[in-house]
Design a protein around this ligand. Structure first.
Ligand SMILES: Cc1ncc(COP(=O)(O)O)c(C=O)c1O
Length: 395
């Protein structure tokens, strides 16, 4: 008999969402926009400490709007982390601009300041500085923002912080997503809080956010439908914003839950040979959106493929980490800057990284099933039999 499915990260409702949805129905605020949208924007801006926020239909839309607001157009260059989901870079292509990919560094797995510096120097010498840098905070981990900000400030290039996965994370006491010119969040179904689908563009530039709302509503202003600019249909619906408001109320507890899940994995697996968990950058508190680890196949005597297959056979959804964008056929023309010398950090992470089920509603029993499956795998084919013999009397 197939065992019940354990998913990577499922939506986790608070139980109060229905009340906001009902209210939207009762007041007939079904059409896009409405009081929930206004309130959600205000509440998230307050929560993360920025001047303003625009609720939109997805995180991807928020990135696209940020690029439009920064006047990124055909032929421009935009730097972007290579180690990310494709949605971080697709909007660069929407604008007809050229992505340049920047490698990760080992302490955060996020953008390497060394690689960024080299890329900026070369771009500056060629007289082709990028219009923007998209810095992605992966798996809930903040990037080394001070170092990256210093470089971007020196060249006067604005930052878009892709905090789709890092809502609830703090970097030196500041909310992740608030450190650049623009920040974006995603409320996709697998994110730490969800509106089923949705996103938010945030900034301390309230005028820019005002313009974002205009662009996101078909650049529509005049009652007689006059247009002089290309717009988008990117606003969030009032119903979904109601879901978002209730989800935001439980964000802190969702962060705690995901951090506890990480702790339990750590206790259960960190002493297996070849396993290293994603480190937490100093002076940050990450949301541990997904617990991720790398596997040194040599030390473990187990391959990534074997481990993923074993989990999959147990009906457990575990995934490789994101495939770096400079390795994707879609971006084969794009330039790429490795971390340093011949050290390609994102590529190493890609060949050795695994994401474990980490939803805040993962039950203790299910998590133990994941841990047991991995330990059994190591016991059966791994190299650490002596470890298991030693521990046998404890089990
Ligand atoms: C790093 C990253 N950037 C951008 C996005 C895009 O967000 P959305 O799915 O809401 O468009 C996602 C998630 O899907 C993501 O993980």
């Amino acid at each position: 008999m197939t065992k019940p499915r354990i998913n990577l990260s499922l939506p986790h409702m608070s139980g109060r969402e229905q009340q906001y949805i009902n209210e939207a129905f009762e007041t007939n605020w079904i059409a896009p926009l409405g009081p929930n949208v206004d309130a959600f924007e205000k509440e998230i801006a307050e929560k993360v400490g920025v001047k303003d926020a625009a609720a939109v239909s997805s995180g991807t839309a928020a990135i696209h709007l940020a690029l439009s607001l920064l006047n990124v157009t055909k032929g421009d260059q935009v730097f972007c982390s290579t180690f990310t989901f494709v949605a971080s870079a697709n909007p660069i292509l929407y604008q007809g601009a050229n992505p340049v990919f920047i490698d990760s560094e080992p302490e955060s797995w996020n953008m390497s300041p060394q690689a960024l510096e080299r890329a900026m120097q070369e771009a500056s010498l060629a007289g082709r500085l990028p219009k923007a840098v998209i810095i992605v905070n992966l798996y809930g981990q903040s990037s080394k923002m001070d170092e990256l900000l210093e470089i971007c400030d020196a060249y006067d290039v604005p930052i878009i912080e892709d905090a789709a996965e890092s809502l609830g994370t703090t970097y030196k006491g500041k909310a992740s997503g608030t450190l650049g010119k623009f920040g974006i969040y995603s409320f996709n179904g697998n994110k730490i809080i969800t509106t089923s689908g949705g996103g938010m563009l945030i900034s301390n530039d309230a005028k820019a956010i005002q313009r974002a709302r205009f662009l996101a509503s078909q650049a529509d202003q005049a009652p007689h439908y006059q247009h002089s600019t290309v717009g988008f249909n990117y606003r969030m619906s009032n119903i979904l914003a109601g879901v978002g408001r209730t989800q935001l109320q439980v964000l802190d507890s969702r962060v705690s839950a995901r951090r506890s899940i990480y702790e339990i994995y750590y206790q259960g697996l960190a002493n297996l040979p070849g396993i290293t968990f994603m480190p937490e950058l100093e002076e940050t508190r990450m949301n541990r959106w997904l617990t991720t680890l790398t596997l040194n196949e040599e030390e473990a005597g187990v391959t990534v493929k074997q481990l993923l297959t074993a989990l999959n056979n147990e009906n457990i959804e575990a995934r490789p980490v994101w495939k770096p964008l400079h390795m994707q056929p879609l971006f084969k023309e794009a330039s790429y800057y490795p971390h340093q010398g011949n050290e390609h950090v994102a590529e190493q992470l890609f060949t050795s990284g695994i994401c474990l089920p980490s939803g805040s509603n993962l039950t203790g029993d299910d998590q133990q099933r994941v841990i047991r499956c991995i330990r059994d795998m190591f016991r059966e084919i791994g190299k650490n039999t002596s470890y298991f013999i030693l521990r046998k009397h404890e089990v």
